[in-house]
Design a protein around this ligand. Structure first.
Ligand code: FE2
Ligand code: FE2
Length: 248
């Protein structure tokens, strides 16, 4: 990668130099490379942050998932990707990111802390979640697993994947889209799916609240613990009195 292709600004910071490099790749994606290095040295390839995911093909993502997911889970992920892409188009969000988030969101679904360790993936900070909220754990560690297999993807998908099961107190559009898409994908066997799908295309925030309410009601009925992120999501987004599936 030639430095001549970079647009560079540099400003002095003591005897060090804060360097900001940015460029557009041949596909038009924008990359930014902040780095702090001793004046006179320039290492463009280190400490970089990619503002948008690199152009990793969907086939490359799916090929990596084949040994990690069952056929049934992969089919679910592809339906979530298609649903997320439709929602992104409806709300003017990035369709490619939404699709990637859908493909990858359950990447850790069949893993355990031990199997991740065997793969050389360290995310012990979430081990207590495995003990108390095992069905949530795969979402929280998902971004770590994505970063392991796709280090060039950047951080755009971190929040959508991390909060796709619980929701969160504040969710950007892509995070809400994945959260909702995971719930309303066409083969989800849930009551009121069609009604919530309609809500998703009219009031995305309200759909998030409805889904959070549905999750809380279902977990309470099964006498299962509710993750604090789900409570936080409920506090922000719902439940509206008209929420489908919510019973006070
Ligand atoms: Fe999931
Ligand atoms: Fe899922």
């Amino acid at each position: 990668m030639s430095l001549a292709r970079f647009e560079r600004t540099a400003c002095g910071l003591g005897n060090r130099r804060s360097i900001l490099l940015s460029y557009r790749d041949p596909l038009g994606l924008y990359h930014k490379y902040p780095n702090t290095a001793p004046a006179g040295t320039l290492s463009a390839a280190v400490c970089f942050t990619i503002l948008r995911p690199m152009a990793v093909s969907h086939d490359a993502l799916i090929n990596q998932l084949v040994p990690l997911l069952s056929a049934k889970r992969l089919a679910h992920s592809l339906r979530v990707a298609a649903t997320a892409k439709q929602l992104a188009r409806h709300y003017g969000s990035d369709e490619d990111c939404a699709s990637q988030a859908g493909i990858l969101h359950d990447i850790a679904k069949h893993q355990t802390p031990n199997t991740l360790r065997e793969m050389g993936i360290v995310c012990t900070e979430w081990d207590s979640c495995w003990e108390h909220f095992p069905s949530v754990w795969h979402a929280l560690v998902g971004p770590v697993v994505v970063r392991h297999f796709f280090p060039d993807l950047g951080d755009t998908l971190t929040n959508p994947i991390r909060y796709h099961t619980t929701g969160y107190k504040t969710m950007d559009t892509l995070t809400m889209i994945l959260f909702v898409a995971d719930f309303i994908e066409p083969e989800r066997p849930i009551p009121h799916r069609a009604v919530i799908e309609e809500q998703a295309y009219t009031q995305l925030h309200q759909a998030v609240g409805t889904i959070a309410a549905h999750t809380v009601a279902t977990l309470q009925a099964d006498n299962r613990p509710i993750h604090p992120y789900t409570h936080a999501c409920m506090a922000t987004y719902g439940p509206p009195e008209t929420a489908v599936g919510w019973t006070p």
